[in-house]
Design a protein around this ligand. Structure first.
Ligand SMILES: Nc1ncnc2c1ncn2[C@@H]1O[C@H](COP(=O)(O)OP(=O)(O)OP(=O)(O)O)[C@@H](O)[C@H]1O
Ligand SMILES: [Mg+2]
Ligand SMILES: [Zn+2]
Length: 512
């Protein structure tokens, strides 16, 4: 007898339908699975055989062939265990199921027949809804996550026996539902706030400008000056995440297996801070079956690289594609996958190896050569994509205890939102530009006109500070954002003046 079932496989962040056929024939007993890579087949076969026996069924003493289609699609993971086991029992006439293709089935089996959680369930559920089906049978632990894709029955099962009882109508299982809007609204808040940061108002201002124009930012300062604390709070002033954006970010985390079962939806912007020892694959994504890297896990949020000069230069060079295209493409012999990767980049570094070069209260113990070597480790192409540099001063204990709480994230986010609205209008006819940071030369020429006074100021600054041509375009873009925050159509001299201040590194002699 031939049994046919439906399942799903995840490729990148999207799921695809997989047909599973089980057939039995009078040949030497055994189980052959066609359509899975070797290693996965071996493991799946062990689990399926064991689970079947432990649920009180027999492993048929004839030959079973499981065929998974389409054959040319690379399938991975353990989500096919459950449909394979069910197909095998149907093919050997140990159970009978009416219209098994009404359901889409995914789940890993453990040896004792328990159904274990799998990765990428949100993507699967979204696909199942699109395909249309009577229900999606998933591991109980994944039911909450699956239910986030509304508009489809999610049937949670905790064991092979329970799935069989349901499919043979011995028991009823009520579809699992959640109130997506209430999850979204409850989880939309941050537990940290810029109010927690005392003083440092001009750094907060620089971060606000960065957030308002989508500019990447670099913070330079001695240890303990609060760089990490400040960076962590950037997501709290970016515009509220929309539900669609939240779903997209959640899919990536789900595929990476990073979603914790109690948080089915990431409703706040992610903040990722990978250690400087991270590998290429860890940052960009990769592996024999490509996984999303940190750049994708920070999609719609902030990627923070602390202690920038410690990162491997080659690893940093890889940031070029995602910074330019908002996605990464990973090519392997058998496939090429794309993951979204649109994030705001924030980087931090000490000004020298000992950390105290810019600190007026500590003596720096580094030689000029050491400092130059340290700074030259920052990748030039990466620096080219960072519009704003600020020096974060260390506050004394007295300053910290004296200062009252400053601006809070809510009021900052409101300003950011207003400035972003102006930019959306400005670039409404553009396909790839949504904010000032993404402007190319022709946009800059069109939207960043300076009056005489501003031109003069910029010319002087460039000559006096010895700024490069690269710095010139960056200053124009950032001044556009500052003017937007000021709701000013024209870029005025005070806007240019502020933008010039955000080029600390260009002014440092040690940048050569
Ligand atoms: N402006 C501030 N307001 C309140 N607390 C602060 C401020 N600056 C620093 N702190 C306190 O000092 C701690 C250290 O700050 P943080 O780790 O952000 O410094 P850092 O600049 O990242 O240092 P490092 O270079 O060592 O990484 C913070 O956890 C916070 O408790
Ligand atoms: Mg730090
Ligand atoms: Zn030093």
């Amino acid at each position: 007898m031939l049994a046919k079932l439906r399942s799903l496989a995840v490729l990148g962040i999207d799921a695809f339908e997989i047909g599973i056929e089980a057939d039995i024939s009078e040949m030497l007993p055994g189980l052959t699975i066609v359509g899975l890579p070797d290693g996965a087949v071996r493991e799946s076969r062990e689990r399926v055989m064991s689970a079947i026996k432990n649920c009180g069924f027999q492993f048929p003493n004839r030959k079973i062939t499981i065929n998974m289609a389409p054959a040319d699609m690379k399938k991975e993971g353990s989500a096919f265990d459950l449909p394979i086991a069910i197909g095998l029992l149907m093919a050997s006439s140990q159970i009978e199921i009416d219209e098994p293709d009404r359901f889409i089935i995914a789940g890993e089996l453990s040896l004792d027949g328990t159904v274990k959680s799998i990765k990428g369930v949100l993507s699967m559920a979204i696909k199942a809804r699109e395909l249309g089906c009577g229900g999606l049978i998933v591991p109980k632990e994944n039911a909450l996550e699956a239910s986030v894709a509304k508009g489809m029955n999610v049937i949670p099962v905790s064991s092979l026996s329970e799935a069989l009882d349901f499919l043979t109508k011995n028991i009823e299982i009520r579809p699992f539902t959640t109130d997506l809007n209430s999850i979204f609204n409850q989880a939309r808040f941050y537990t940290i706030d810029f109010r927690d940061v005392k003083g440092q108002e001009h750094i907060k201002r620089a971060l606000l400008v960065a957030a308002a124009g989508g500019h990447n930012i670099l913070m330079l300062g001695p240890p303990g000056s609060g760089k990490t604390m400040l960076a962590r709070r950037i997501p709290t002033i970016l515009p509220d995440l929309s539900l669609d954006e939240a779903l997209e970010t959640t899919k990536i985390h789900s595929v990476a297996g990073l979603l914790d079962t109690s948080t089915p939806l990431l409703a706040t912007r992610p903040f990722r801070s990978p250690h400087h020892t991270i590998s290429d694959a860890g940052l960009i994504g990769g592996g024999s079956y490509p996984r999303p890297g940190e750049v994708s896990l920070s999609h719609h949020g902030v990627l923070f690289l602390d202690e920038l000069p410690e990162f491997n230069k080659n690893v940093l060079e890889n940031l070029r594609q995602p910074l330019e295209d908002g996605k990464v493409t990973i090519s392997r012999a058998l496939m090429s996958l794309s993951y979204p990767a649109r994030f705001m980049l924030a980087v931090a570094l000490n000004p020298c190896p000992c950390g105290y070069f810019t600190d007026t209260r500590h003596k720096c113990s580094c030689t000029p050569q050491q400092i130059q070597k340290y700074m030259s480790k920052i990748s030039g192409p990466l620096l080219d994509r960072i519009d704003i540099h600020v020096e974060v001063p260390a506050l004394t204990y007295e300053e910290l205890s004296r200062k009252s709480p400053g601006r809070d994230s809510n009021s900052m986010r409101e300003e950011v939102g207003n400035a972003r609205a102006l930019q959306l209008q400005r670039f409404s006819s553009e396909k790839k530009v949504f904010c000032n940071a993404h402007m190319e030369s022709r946009h800059i020429r069109k939207h960043c006109n300076l009056d005489k006074e501003s031109q003069e100021l910029l010319k002087n600054a460039i000559e006096k500070l010895g700024l490069s041509a690269r710095a010139y375009d960056r200053i124009l873009k950032v001044s556009r954002t500052i003017a937007d925050l000021d709701r000013s159509e024209e870029i005025k001299s005070q806007h240019i003046g502020e933008a010039i201040q955000y080029r600390s590194l260009d002014r440092k002699l040690w940048m050569g």
